[in-house]
Ligand binder design. Sequence first.
Ligand SMILES: Cc1ncc(COP(=O)(O)O)c(C=O)c1O
Length: 468
Amino acid sequence: MKSFKYEIFTSFIEKNISEGIYMPGHKLPSVREVKDKYQISISTVQSGYEYLMIRGLVISIPKSGYFVATATEKKQEKISSRRKPVVRDPLFKNNLLLTTSLRSGRQLSEFNVAAPGDLLVPQKLLLRTMQQVIREEGASLLRYYPANGSSDLRKTISGYAAGYQTVLPPEELLITDGALQSLYIALSSVCTAGDVIAVESPCVFSVLEIIRVLHLRVIEIPADTQSGFDVDFFRKACEKNTIKAVLLTPNFHNPTGILLSDEKKKDLLRIIQHEGIALIENDIYGDLSFTNKRPLPVKAFDESGLVMTYSSYSKTLAPGIRLGWLSAGRFMERAEQIRFSLGSSVSPVYQETVDRLLKTNSYDRHLRHFRKQLAKNAHLTVRLLSENFPKDTTLLTPSGGYNLWVRMPDQINMEGFYRQCNKIGVRFTPGYTFSFSGIFSNYFRIVFSDNYTTQRIEALRLAGQLAG
Ligand SMILES: Cc1ncc(COP(=O)(O)O)c(C=O)c1O
């Protein structure tokens, strides 16, 4: 639909310029010619030409008429070609590629992206709720929301956590752009460049990247493949080093899928309270248990305020809903200043949408379906790997989340394996991306967050055969 009368001829001229039919310097039809051809008034034609001049497409030469402007784009090209090429960190670039989807991903069988797959994102629910929010809240969504996030939403999240015996006071909650931003704020609240932190190992690349950007030094704490985070190792590390914070995902850790026992959570809490160390816990997979029991975060046992818990709805609803939270405990004062300095960024539409989904139980209804489906996918993934991959491949069946950590036999040439997989369009996340030290080269992570189609099953079978 044309919104201005003059667009009847300006759109034609614009098209011819962009397609190179009208070259720079080309004389354009006179005002009278345009008027007669399109049956519009002289003032409309003049407005149209003024519009094209504002856009830099046309120039007016007094007493001669209108002409196509000389190519401004070419000038810009010259300037930009003189600039140095953009330098990108090769490690960052490589790992980013390995953990994100390819644009041409439609025909690929990707098992490397840790987010709900297209078949499992509750599209209708999300779009319907967003539409309701826009219809009912109207222009108020266009204003700034409070820097810490909507107070209603903070109360709702707090009430939701109370449902699993976890106290997250609304005044200690910050609404963030997602879990990674929460982590950035949490770490910046307690550390400065050069500080030492303890991090579970293996650990996802995105988290390692934040640590790198903040110039922190790291002690990697091994996560045993059966019981997870090695608390004794951590205790000893605390005796020998000044550790500012410890970072872990106790519930359905990514990539191992391990759920830390409540005993271990309490042990860990005793250590950090004794040492006065901040514990930053990622509870992003906590809502995705395959059983009906929602595991407790360490925060549920904490009375010291040293535990900061964070999460988001990227893994449970959709990663495009950019909304996370951080319960900052005793570090709230610093955390809210850092949050503020990052800008008032979470869209009110997302804040109101998530608030409604939580309040109306729609989120819980979606989770019930999603968790059941994930349990089926976990079962099928384990079966396909056991049946099709080499005999000595080892893995641990997770009880929640959607990550599975696979160890391949030592003799397998992993580089060759990934190369072959790429050829048939199968993508896993290589183990070496999960540590600063490049260990875990014989591991890979497989994500089962999407339903299995015949094509995906076949792809996994083929990948197993390629491994030999
Ligand atoms: C452990 C972990 N934390 C954080 C994130 C990112 O979450 P968000 O999209 O909410 O920033 C991911 C996924 O990429 C993850 O696996």
